[in-house]
Write a protein that binds this ligand. Structure first.
Ligand SMILES: *Cc1c(COP(=O)(O)O)cnc(C)c1O
Length: 354
């Protein structure tokens, strides 16, 4: 990191903290008092500032609205038992954000703005971090093209922003998931590994169809054979078979390399279990289920953290699980929670103090 510098701040006239019911926090609907804004103009990042949270004005010709150069990240900050705020693995998200930027032909954001800007923004809104189990401050850095031109080409102007949302638990109940074998999300050579807005735009119809059928999300399959498991909505996926833990490998770059995925793999290994990253064929999952060897299925992601799956539907077969009997997913979640709340030693150096 270069010299730490102080970002200019315009403070909100009055905090909205008193208006918020912290016992009922809908995900992503409550924003803190401030936000960070920076502009990319003439080949460099400038106008970095922290401002009161509020609307921004845009041109109807804004390039990102038409051609989709738009990327984002999702990170969480927690209140430790020592009273301090801690951001979970922000440097991993920083690296992934810039990998997304490269693939979308957007400028990379320097550490001074992404990490140091995030730290200063959270320090200002530190009272907004909820200090309750399963609660956190969700951090949303994002960047979008801002050329005011109708025409398909790489934009010359961009805006980078960071928003903060206090949040509670994401899914209230264990999830019901449908294996999606018609529509696909990502093919080799595409942008499956990129956290770009368009990946979500393309998923809405498919997820809405699944919701109409009573599921929460779909489990995406590979685009060629529709047989190899990829990931679920906003989560990576894990299967426990014969007490070994399997998750799809990142080869082929069709899957988002989740920071929670990586943390889960590490913690499960620390617990003494074997974790295998390899292509996972859905027929092997079904076979293991029928033989009683598939005992746990769960998703991992920053927003939902660890999400147990109680029903997985494939081609008319409902694979159901008794979540209360699980060992690995809840054990791993407990360890991760204790690290985040600073009740357990942070042996992997995952927490970054605000
Ligand atoms: C963000 C995201 C995930 C989860 O990644 P984390 O770093 O663990 O939050 C998984 N899949 C997709 C498609 C995502 O966008």
């Amino acid at each position: 990191m270069t010299e730490t510098y102080t970002i200019p701040v315009t403070k909100a006239e009055k905090t909205r903290l008193g208006d918020v019911d912290f016992t009922k926090l809908p995900f992503g609907k409550v924003f803190t008092d401030h936000m960070l804004v920076a502009d990319y103009i003439d080949g460099k990042w400038q106008n970095v500032s922290i401002q009161p949270y509020g609307n921004i004005s845009i041109s109807p010709a804004l390039a990102s609205l038409h051609y989709g150069q738009a990327i984002f990240e999702g990170i969480k900050a927690y209140k430790g038992v020592d009273g301090n705020g801690y951001i979970f693995r922000p440097f991993d998200n920083f690296k992934r954000f810039n990998q997304s930027a490269v693939r979308m032909d957007m400028p990379e954001v320097p550490e001074d703005i992404f990490i140091e800007g995030m730290r200063q923004l959270i320090a200002l809104d530190i009272e907004w971090i909820p200090a309750k189990a399963d609660h956190a401050l969700y951090i949303r850095p994002f960047m979008f093209s801002t050329d005011e031109v109708i025409g398909v080409k790489t934009s010359e102007h961009y805006k980078f922003m960071i928003l903060l949302c206090p949040t509670g638990p994401y899914f209230s109940e264990p999830a019901k998931i449908k294996v999606e074998d018609t529509y696909t999300r990502a093919a080799q050579g595409g942008v499956g590994y990129v956290k770009c807005a368009g990946n979500y735009g393309a998923s809405m119809f498919v997820t809405a169809e699944a919701k109409r059928q009573g599921y929460h999300q779909v489990l995406w399959m590979d685009a060629v054979e529709h047989k190899y498991v990829q990931e679920i909505g906003t989560m990576n996926v894990f299967f426990v078979i014969d007490n070994k833990v399997y998750t799809p490998s990142l080869e082929g770059s069709t899957i988002l390399a989740g920071v929670t995925r990586n943390s889960a793999i590490q913690v499960i290994r620390d617990m003494g279990y074997e974790v295998i990253e390899e292509p996972i064929h859905i027929d092997n999952v079904v076979k293991a289920y029928k033989e009683g060897r598939l005992t746990e299925v769960f998703g991992t992601g920053t927003a939902a953290t660890i999400s147990p799956i109680r029903l997985l539907n494939y081609n008319g077969l409902d694979m159901e699980f008794d979540v209360s009997s699980w060992v690995i997913a809840p054990g791993m979640k407990k360890i991760l929670d204790e690290i985040k709340e600073r009740k357990r030693e942070d042996v992997h150096n995952w927490l970054f103090k605000v």
